[in-house]
Design a protein around this ligand. Structure first.
Ligand SMILES: Nc1ncnc2c1ncn2[C@@H]1O[C@H](COP(=O)(O)OP(=O)(O)O)[C@@H](O)[C@H]1O
Ligand SMILES: [Mg+2]
Length: 322
């Protein structure tokens, strides 16, 4: 099986997802999988009437792979990369995940709109409009409020504002300086303060799960912001929510984040480029292998059923810090 991984950064670096790409290359060598890593910028797209051979690598035609895995760090999720993915799909190459899904899921508002429409539990979310109607925020969302940039990831665009005064000052500042910024205001799920769950879904199966805990004094549990992680044996409700979320959003390979609520769980967000460094450390699972096996199944090659191995995570619980 020939796989192209699309990754825009230096794989030897420590930037977002470089570790994961190295892990994928290393694991492929142990399987019958040939992985090549390309930056989207290495491609040129030629749109021709015949639409054959319409993708060039370093200006040259090149045999297409069996399957493509876009694994783009935040800076590389752009129009050009999405056009490359679309072109590959148009040439008949299966892509996990496709560009439409990536765009939809990268938009936190759109994600919550779809999940709410399908009746899945999500925190009440309001799209910001300037000038901000404080009464509306107070009435429907309440304080403390979680403020998020619509397209952010890795915890960088997420803030907790405790009181109305601070919120009002901040909104005035934003209105003065950057009124076009796209924000959402979200109900703070206090029951989950500083904790959440990450379930890793590969082609309709939850293959690993962990609980994440924020570092002291923080409310964001992201591993990338210094959270600690530990193995979590997901119960049926968590598995069901993660699978329904990925199915409804049409994500082949997903990181689904759940918040703890008094009633069970509520969905925080889904990710189409989930890292797995902390997850592998916490669970002892081999994530690249699950991904390659799912690809093999898609292509009608071998690839065993992950149900056979998900139930037997028998690594002792361990806490790992970044
Ligand atoms: N509504 C909320 N209530 C409580 N905690 C939240 C809420 N939204 C986000 N968080 C915390 O902040 C973290 C980052 O938020 P998230 O929406 O996943 O953004 P990002 O895409 O940057 O990871 C979550 O993992 C969770 O720990
Ligand atoms: Mg997140």
């Amino acid at each position: 099986m020939n796989v192209w991984v699309l990754y825009g950064e230096d794989t030897d670096s420590s930037v977002d997802l470089a570790y994961e790409v190295r892990r994928m290359v290393a694991e492929a060598q142990k399987m019958d999988v040939n992985v090549e890593v390309f930056r989207p910028q290495e491609f040129d797209l030629l749109i021709t009437e015949e639409n054959r051979d319409s993708i060039l690598v370093h200006g040259q035609h090149r045999p297409l792979p069996d399957i493509v895995f876009p694994y783009l760090a935040e800076n590389d999720r752009n129009f050009f990369s999405f056009a490359v993915i679309r072109q590959l799909r148009q040439l008949g190459v299966p892509v996990l995940n496709n560009e439409k899904t990536i765009e939809k899921v990268g938009d936190k508002l759109h994600t919550h709109q779809i999940l709410a429409r399908e009746g899945l539990p999500t925190p009440t979310t309001l799209l910001a409009k300037f000038p901000v109607n404080l009464e509306l925020v107070e009435k429907h969302v309440g304080f403390p409020v979680v403020v998020k940039t619509r397209l952010g990831s890795n915890g960088s665009g997420v803030f907790l504002i405790e009181h109305q005064n601070a919120f009002s000052d901040l909104m005035n500042l934003i209105e003065e300086t950057n009124p076009n910024i796209q924000l959402i205001f979200q109900k703070f799920v206090s029951f989950s303060k500083g904790r959440d769950l990450r379930l890793f879904v590969v082609d309709g199966h939850v293959v690993a799960a962990m609980e994440r805990r924020a570092k002291e004094g923080d409310f964001k549990a992201n591993y990338s912001t210094g959270g600690t992680v530990q193995l979590f044996e997901p119960d049926a409700e968590a598995v069901d929510l993660a699978l329904r979320t990925s199915e409804i959003l049409n994500i082949d390979i997903a990181g689904v984040d759940l918040l703890f609520s008094e009633e069970g769980y509520t969905i925080c967000e889904a990710n189409t480029f989930p890292g797995f460094k902390g997850l592998e450390q916490a669970t002892g699972e081999n994530i690249p292998r699950y991904i390659f096996e799912a690809m093999q199944r898609r292509l009608g090659l071998s690839g065993h059923n992950p149900h056979a191995s998900t139930g037997d995570i028998d690594i002792p619980v361990q806490i790992v810090s970044q």
